[in-house]
Design a protein around this ligand. Structure first.
Ligand code: GMT
Length: 375
């Protein structure tokens, strides 16, 4: 199939999922066209079957907001016609599903038929999409998609509760390429980050309010009172400065390292002993799955789709949002002795294999085939 993929090209989970999906589909013989405003961060390899088409939005002073949706739908029309794209798969409803519908209508005018598959990722529903300013357009574009998928059962339920949805939503969980997390590092240079007797705790996110960054630091602060530990904070975002101040206030600057955005997530996870994800809401928690695939157990909140990913008492522990005390007590439970830690590490790896890329990507292929057949 010739498939057009629309996504945010940044470090965010939806862009990562879209990029990994496109790459895997290309390996399975499909021709993939990424259409977005810059090359997706994890798209290192452009090959015969993988193409990238940049959406340009010319700046014009009259516009207070530059019309990205317009530029995107025009680009979709041109690319569908030029490359004979058979299906558009858009990740994140806002504004991608809306722009794709406009493109579909323009193409219809020229007798070109292209169905749209929309994947809902989380904040496009729970935080942004349900805002009254966007809701009518989001409801419309979900209902006009030819197939809709969500990354967890929990997100499907949220969508049905928050919007008047008239079509089925297929749950296709996020996935992981286990081969990339085989522990192929002979030395992930742990010694550069911590002493032998120290446990390494890691958090990776876009440092937005929803991630509850202060909880990450407070949990770590309690843990490091009980056992020697270091905290690796990976990512960039609006809450980072406040996080640095809190670390300073708590007097633990020598034990917390802010690494910024990284393209070396595999290496960081390779030397991590525990992953913290205390989010306010999380439709899935791809970062937690990536951690588990690298044999890193997870301490998370029990919100949204996280209980579908992290299994309490097995791959880690789940607690109520904001329950720093329970989270730190559970972290210590896992880290206190090597035997327990090794058990949780093995369990985390085993749990991640449920989301093996080779099991999940065929689910998308089946949806594409069904959509094309019934379109
Ligand atoms: O977590 C974010 O703020 C980024 C956001 C995104 O759209 O990239 O992540 C959402 O999609 C990911 C991929 O499906 C999920 O793993 C995240 O749980 C989800 N984030 C939230 O629901 C807050």
């Amino acid at each position: 199939m010739k498939i057009g993929i629309v996504c945010y090209p940044t470090f965010g989970g939806s862009g990562v999922v879209a990029t990994e999906l496109g790459l895997e589909l290309s390996k399975r013989g499909h021709e993939i066209h990424f259409i977005t405003y810059s090359q997706p961060v994890r798209l290192e390899l452009l090959g015969n079957n993988v193409h990238f088409h940049e959406v340009h939005v010319p700046e014009y002073p009259l516009f207070h907001y530059q019309p990205y949706e317009l530029a995107l739908s025009s680009k979709l029309v041109d690319m569908v016609k030029l490359h004979g794209i058979e299906l558009l798969h858009v990740h994140y409803a806002i504004p991608h599903a809306y722009a794709a519908y406009m493109a579909q209508q323009m193409l219809l005018d020229e007798d070109v038929l292209v169905p749209i598959v929309t994947t809902l990722h989380g904040t496009d529903i729970t935080l942004v999409g349900s805002h009254p300013f966007y809701k009518p357009a989001v409801t419309f574009s979900i209902n006009k998609s030819d197939a809709v998928t969500s990354v967890s059962q929990s997100l499907k339920e949220d969508t049905m509760r928050l919007f008047e949805i008239e079509r089925p939503i297929h749950v296709v969980p996020n996935f992981i390429d286990l081969e990339k997390h085989l522990g192929s590092f002979t030395d992930c240079q742990r010694a550069m980050m911590a002493e032998d007797n120290e446990r390494i705790i890691t958090h990776i996110s876009n440092f937005r309010e929803v991630k509850r960054i202060p909880d990450v630091i407070k949990v770590f602060n309690e843990v490091q009172k009980k056992l020697p530990a270091k905290l690796m904070m990976v990512g960039e975002g609006p809450e980072k400065e406040a996080a640095e101040l809190l670390v300073d206030e708590l007097g633990i600057t020598d034990r917390v390292v802010f690494l910024g955005n990284s393209t070396e997530i595999d290496r960081i996870l390779c030397f991590s002993d525990l992953f913290l994800l205390p989010s306010e809401t999380e439709s899935f928690g791809l970062a937690a799955l990536e951690a588990m695939a690298s044999s890193t157990p997870v301490i998370s909140s029990n919100t949204g789709g996280l209980p579908e990913v992290n299994i309490n008492g097995f791959s880690g522990f789940l607690s109520d949002v904001g329950d720093v005390e329970a989270m730190s007590a559970n972290a210590v439970k896992i880290l206190k002795d090597l035997k327990t830690l090794e058990k949780f590490k093995g369990n985390a790896k085993a749990q991640s294999s449920k989301f093996d890329i080779h099991r999940i990507v065929p689910m998308y292929e089946a949806i594409y085939e069904e959509t094309l057949k019934s379109f």
